[in-house]
Design a protein around this ligand. Structure first.
Ligand SMILES: Nc1nc2c(c(=O)[nH]1)N[C@H]1C(S)=C(S)[C@@H](COP(=O)(O)O)O[C@H]1N2
Ligand SMILES: [Mo]
Length: 169
């Protein structure tokens, strides 16, 4: 039976978020369990790759540090994966140490489905394509592997301060 395929469909269903890959056993949460994890409120600037920047956006979510708590892994990268098949790759370093969240509120309201609700990854210091909407898990991997946009010309890292938009930037 697959827990994963049931998805993050709503507050009152038996749904999951998963941490998998280079880990002894995947860590899984139902939505209710996930919502019992400690949350943080953060206000951050975000940068779209096609140039807009939004200042001081307010989010509530679970820090990726919390999701990784107690996990011992040799992995140096993660792939965030979403309902619908979207993926994006990030160095583990860039999602730990208070730099990334699984966010479910924006401006004090549940995250709108169009913007990734019920939950999206939020990695404000990288271009926004790294912030996977409708996220359903993180996969710990030893080698960096391109996600959806990274396979289609976008930069593997995506630092807005260095304007790393595309391959070779
Ligand atoms: N699942 C998923 N996440 C995604 C995308 C996507 O197509 N699918 N697009 C990315 C890109 S390119 C951007 S700019 C932002 C857009 O987020 P927004 O719709 O909340 O502005 O989501 C990112 N996360
Ligand atoms: Mo984008």
């Amino acid at each position: 039976m697959s827990f994963i395929s049931r998805g993050f469909r709503g507050k009152h269903r038996d749904t999951d978020f998963v941490l998998e890959g280079e880990i002894d056993e995947p860590k899984k949460w139902t939505w209710d369990e996930f919502r019992k994890l400690p949350t943080e409120q953060v206000t951050k600037d975000i940068h779209c790759v096609t140039k807009w920047t939004k200042l001081d956006t307010a989010w509530t979510g679970v820090s990726v540090d919390t999701i990784l708590e107690g996990v011992d892994t040799a992995a140096e990268y993660v792939v965030a994966f979403s309902y619908g098949g979207y993926t994006t790759n990030l160095p583990l370093e860039d999602v730990t140490g208070g730099k990334a969240w699984v966010a479910f509120e924006f401006d004090g309201q549940p995250l709108h489905p169009e913007h990734g609700g019920p939950a999206r990854l939020l990695v404000p210091h990288l271009y926004f394509w790294k912030s996977a909407k409708w996220v359903r898990g993180l996969r710990l991997v030893n080698e960096d592997q391109p996600g959806f946009w990274e396979s289609n010309g976008y930069n593997m890292y995506g630092d807005p301060w260095r304007e790393q938009r595309y391959w070779g930037d």
